[in-house]
Design a protein around this ligand. Structure first.
Ligand code: GLN
Length: 342
């Protein structure tokens, strides 16, 4: 059974409402022995009292992790009604106290599932969201079609990911497509390191190049690394700067703001990616972007006015019905066209 948590989306109260609770004190360890279920229940109630979001999920996933499972449902009933050892009790208190400080549960247990992968998580590297799994689906469908099976099918494709974070997108694509090669870049050394660690754990390191690069400042280097890629994919920082203060404390306090804040209109990195795209992509290569629901018409208009050789193909919606993904394609440039005719 897959893990999922929802507090990572925008919170209704905004950050300011939480500032007062930043200082917290953890409850004392229980005097006597307690069962796993009692510990889970205790923490669930404590999280509720202290206004910690997702109290159920949080205590559930922390206990399951301590007992060596992903979910409580996958554990034998007996394990839940047994007394916890003093060490496990202490660990439960330690991990739950971290959650009490509003650390995301993914960082507390140091791992999370993304599609069919379990990835190592570490602050402040961006935690992959469920909608990004849908972005991967879109890219997979495209690459599967591009690879084809018939005569002349070209199976050698390379994908470039801008802003790889924990490596979720690139590693999922590599896992599903054994012929694919990927180049992943991120402006954060912590992200580059974590992607590398995750690639190694999954045995996917041979087909992945990872570079510590800032696409805003080192465009030339990005271009020199990647020409003729079939797919350029990114879940870039796309929040409008003014929305940063409405984030849940889990996000605002613990995740890298550089992975979230897309500038005044949320389009700073997106515009840079699209400006570089024609030089990075092979003919008919695609760009797949995860964006804010307000972005798709803005992006379409901006590309039409500013980027030659890129065509806005379509907007796709996420599972909640929000316009969330932009698909663009590189058109054959006039220059290439002339060469073809020679
Ligand atoms: N969807 C993310 C959030 O709500 C933002 C992701 C991003 O900026 N790439 O926190």
């Amino acid at each position: 059974m897959w893990r999922s948590a929802g507090y990572r989306c925008f919170g209704p109260k905004g950050l300011l409402g939480y500032l007062a609770v930043r200082t917290f004190s953890a409850p004392a360890l229980p005097a006597g022995r307690i069962t796993a279920l009692q510990a889970m229940d205790f923490w669930k109630r404590h999280f509720v009292e202290r206004g910690v979001t997702e109290p159920d999920h949080s205590s559930h996933y922390i206990l399951a992790y301590l007992l060596g499972a992903k979910t409580i449902e996958s554990l034998e009933q007996r394990k839940l009604t047994e007394f916890l050892s003093p060490e496990k009790t202490e660990q439960m208190w330690k991990l739950c106290s971290r959650r009490l400080s509003r650390m995301p549960v993914q960082y507390v247990i140091e791992e999370w599932d993304f599609r069919d992968l379990t990835l190592k998580m570490r602050p402040p590297v961006f935690i992959p969201r469920p909608e990004t799994e849908e972005l991967v689906e879109l890219v997979l469908t495209d690459l599967q079609m591009k690879s084809g099976t018939g005569v002349g099918a070209d199976n050698q494709h390379t994908c470039l990911e801008v802003g790889c974070g924990s490596g979720a997108i690139s590693l999922s694509l590599l896992k599903s497509l054994p012929q694919l090669k990927a180049i992943a870049v991120d402006q954060s050394q912590a992200a580059v390191d974590l992607t590398g660690e995750n690639a190694l754990r999954l045995g996917l390191q041979d087909r992945l190049q990872i570079h510590h690069l800032d696409v805003m400042k080192e465009a030339e280097t990005v271009l020199s690394l990647s020409s003729s890629v079939s797919v350029l994919v990114s879940n870039p920082p796309y929040l409008f700067s003014e929305d940063m203060t409405t984030l849940e404390p889990e996000i605002f306090w613990f995740e890298d703001h550089a992975a979230l804040d897309g500038g005044n209109d949320g389009l700073k990195v997106i515009k840079q990616i699209l400006t570089l795209a024609p030089q990075i992509l092979s003919d008919h290569g695609h760009v797949y972007l995860e964006v804010d629901p307000r972005h798709p018409p803005l992006i379409q208009r901006w590309v039409e006015a500013n980027v030659e050789d890129m065509h806005y193909v379509e907007t796709r919606h996420d599972i909640c019905g929000r316009p969330r993904f932009c698909i663009l394609q590189r058109e054959e440039s006039n220059r290439d066209h002339k060469l073809d005719l020679d």
